[in-house]
Design a protein around this ligand. Structure first.
Ligand SMILES: [Zn+2]
Ligand SMILES: [Zn+2]
Ligand SMILES: [Zn+2]
Ligand SMILES: [Zn+2]
Length: 485
């Protein structure tokens, strides 16, 4: 019988893929044929998954839907949106249900998502061993075993924590014989291999382990994207991927300078050597730079060797370090104030302070500054909450040029921002603008999200509505002209 590795290669070969050893990166997924933008490279169900919020109503354990949720009456821990979803999960959940129902209320509180991910992994492995549930070439425990744990690089405190977590798992599963060392190693595998399950708008819902998708390496300029529909993971090509080209996705938020990205990647125990990480010094300077004193100049500033001032690399005008420090301090004070208003729920006050911050940052930072971008994203969120659609739209529009600079052309973040713009323009009855924005959104999200999900059907519906409205307006204005001619 073929080994699990041979079976996986055979399965992947049928999809135009192969697992290969990539110099300096370990395993990687390589295309053995061309994939076109929007094409699904691979999709996978999780080996184990859990919503991020346990005990409280958040998402269905099976499909991650957030409405019509009902608690499992036996364990009072898991939630389901329908009896179909409950049935789908039952073989696994009946074992889990029994052990969770036996837990004291205090111990139930110790069921963090990571602990639950492990409990479900142990139970699924047992059921697959007993052939009570099926396994397949891309759904078996060998694939979990083959994942990198980087255990030799994990620090002492973290190892202690993993050991304690393994103990907790054995307390939850008293009748199972567990290899505590193996469980601790698997926790380390979770840390560098598990994926955050997000809704179509990229808001986190849960965590899942997708052992084949974990083979795909990271790049800050990825050629593919990972998007979830429920808890099913889809990797789609963002651009044409040629034969023998490695498939890459991004593990982190890439709208950041190289230093920040490298820091965010530390938990995965590798140093990214993508084209952006290797040669981005000028781009980094722009993303974190101060703006030129000359309002008409779009140059970026670099510090003078003696300190004391920053000089524009385009027109050579300098800005005094003291002035910059003063503005930075002022922004910091205002930010503290704004966050205290946010935490006390006073969105109106928080909004007006963020507006002051944005004004100051406009005078301090370059137009493509990531700091300024984050402030505008906050202002968009705040004004959406306040239902001030016009102001929200202003900030939404301001973020797009920065997104277009930092993300690859078909990145979901750009598509989602056009979608938000389009919805706001529709609400404000700027129908033609809405049609333009929704068209851009559909072009991009059609690549990243496919065309079949409920989310995309809604977008296409809105686009049709805008299109009909625009042509109606055109024809009625034409009729109007004719009357007066
Ligand atoms: Zn469901
Ligand atoms: Zn239950
Ligand atoms: Zn990189
Ligand atoms: Zn300048």
């Amino acid at each position: 019988m073929a080994s699990w590795a041979e079976q996986l290669q055979r399965e992947l070969a049928g999809r135009g893929l192969a697992v290969a050893s990539i110099p300096g990166k370990g395993r990687g997924l390589v295309a053995s044929r061309t994939f076109f933008p929007g094409e699904v490279i691979i999709s996978q169900e999780p080996y184990t998954s859990t919503p991020n919020k346990i005990l409280v109503r958040s998402s269905c354990d099976h499909c991650f839907a957030s409405s019509n949720l009902r608690k499992c009456s036996a364990c009072r821990v898991t939630w389901y949106c329908s009896s179909d979803c409950q049935k789908e999960e039952w073989k696994l959940h009946q074992l889990e249900c029994r052990v969770m129902a036996a837990l004291t209320e205090d111990r139930k509180k110790m069921l963090t998502p990571t602990i639950r991910l492990m409990v479900r992994l142990v139970l699924k492995r047992k059921l697959q061993n007993e052939k009570a549930i099926p396994s397949s070439n891309i759904d078996n425990y060998y694939l979990v075993e083959a994942l990198e744990s980087h255990i030799s690089k994990v620090d002492e405190n973290q190892l202690v924590l993993y050991a304690q977590m393994a103990n907790l798992v054995s307390l939850i599963l008293p009748s199972h014989e567990l290899d505590l060392k193996e469980i601790a190693h698997t926790f380390s595998k979770f840390a560098c291999n598990a994926h955050t399950i997000c809704d179509p708008e990229l808001r986190p819902l849960g965590t899942g382990l997708y052992p084949v998708i974990s083979i795909i390496n990271h790049s800050c300029v990825p050629n593919a994207v990972l998007i979830f529909d429920g808890r099913t993971a889809y990797v789609r090509a963002l651009q044409p991927i040629g034969k023998d080209e490695e498939v890459s996705i991004s593990y982190i938020e890439t709208a950041a300078v190289t230093k920040k990205r490298q820091n965010d990647l530390k938990q995965y125990f590798f140093t990214c050597t993508c084209p952006r990480c290797l040669k981005d010094s000028e781009e980094d300077a722009i993303l974190e730079s101060y703006r030129c004193k000359n309002q008409a100049c779009d140059g970026f500033l670099l510090p003078e060797s003696g300190g004391k001032s920053y000089t524009c690399q385009k027109c050579s005008i300098s800005r005094d370090e003291e002035e910059i420090k003063k503005m930075t301090r002022e922004i910091l004070l205002l930010s503290d104030k704004a966050s205290s208003f946010v935490s006390s729920g006073n969105t109106t006050e928080a909004g007006s302070i963020y507006e002051k911050i944005e004004q100051l940052e406009q005078n301090l930072y370059h137009a493509f500054s990531i700091t300024l971008l984050h402030t505008r994203e906050t202002l968009l969120k705040v004004h959406m909450e306040l239902q001030d659609w016009q102001t929200a739209l202003t900030y939404c529009r301001l973020t797009i040029p920065v997104y277009e600079r930092v993300y690859p052309p078909s990145h979901p973040m750009i598509g989602l921002q056009f979608y938000t713009c389009g919805k706001l323009e529709w609400l404000l009855e700027c129908t033609e603008d809405a049609l333009k924005s929704l068209t851009r959104a559909a072009d991009i999200l059609g690549i990243t999200h496919g065309t079949k999900s409920q989310f995309m059907k809604e977008l296409f519906g809105k686009l049709e509505e805008a299109r009909a409205e625009v042509s109606f307006k055109l024809s009625s204005s034409r009729g109007h002209d004719e009357q007066f001619s």
